[in-house]
Design a protein around this ligand. Structure first.
Ligand code: CDP
Length: 220
């Protein structure tokens, strides 16, 4: 079974996808972590995030994997917490806008899903293009919504720095705009996605709804 969780930055995609994968016994696929991993590797190699060809070549050759908890491995080494640094966060949308980078990572994401399905399981994939581009044939598509203020508050609280919420709101707005306006695979709410507004639902309520939808659509 393939489930795709889409939506803007910090709308709760990772929280839902991780919990849903655990509940359903499926593989959690964090596509954002892969874009972050390529961005980190590019910065470490002094490549400019603006250089599409160089970033694409790196994305095609960098060996990415996942540990059993679904945390990204870069050339076999833990990508966390370095992939969440402020510097990576500032540059990731620019790196993710290059078509060559997206081609390489989408291919890798489909390979992870194919292997999981082949093994009798499946994936819960999260990321802004998973419903529209990566898995258009997903058994279930969910689009998470949350207001910018709520998303910024959650992100800041996660890091134990609630005073940073206003700065985060500006960063989220910038990334939303960049992700929505890019030519290749913009953030998009597809017609056949189920919309869940997380401003008004607790994380548990969102999980329960998504799990019920998944149970109804489980193939075979
Ligand atoms: O901070 P947040 O959890 O929302 O972002 P993330 O999932 O870690 O992804 C970081 C960035 O990678 C996003 O802002 C997008 O620019 C890019 N991305 C993408 O283009 N396509 C995906 N499927 C996932 C992430």
């Amino acid at each position: 079974m393939i489930i795709a969780i889409d939506g803007p930055a910090a709308s709760g995609k990772s929280t839902l996808a991780r919990a849903l994968a655990r509940r359903l016994g499926l593989t959690f696929l964090d596509t954002g972590a892969m874009y972050r991993a390529v961005t980190l590797a590019a910065l470490e190699r002094n490549l400019s995030p603006a250089e599409g060809a160089e970033c694409a070549a790196l994305a095609a050759t960098l060996r990415l994997g996942f540990d059993p908890e679904g945390r990204v491995l870069i050339e076999g080494e833990a990508g966390e917490p370095a992939i969440r640094s402020g510097e990576v966060t500032r540059h990731v949308s620019e790196v993710a806008a290059h078509s060559g980078v997206r081609r390489a990572l989408v291919e890798a994401q489909r390979a992870v899903a194919a292997a999981a399905v082949e093994a009798g399981g499946g994936v819960v994939a999260e990321g802004r293009d998973t419903t529209s581009v990566v898995f258009p044939e997903a058994d279930l598509k969910v689009f998470l919504l949350a207001s910018p203020a709520v998303r910024a508050m959650r992100r800041a609280a996660e890091e134990g720095r609630p005073e940073l919420a206003p700065a985060y709101e500006a960063d989220l707005a910038r990334r939303d705009a960049h992700d929505s306006q890019r030519a290749d695979s913009p953030l998009l709410e597809v017609d056949d996605a189920v919309r869940l507004d997380t401003d008004t639902l607790s994380p548990e309520a969102v999980l329960d709804r998504a799990a019920a939808l998944a149970a109804a659509r489980r193939p075979g």
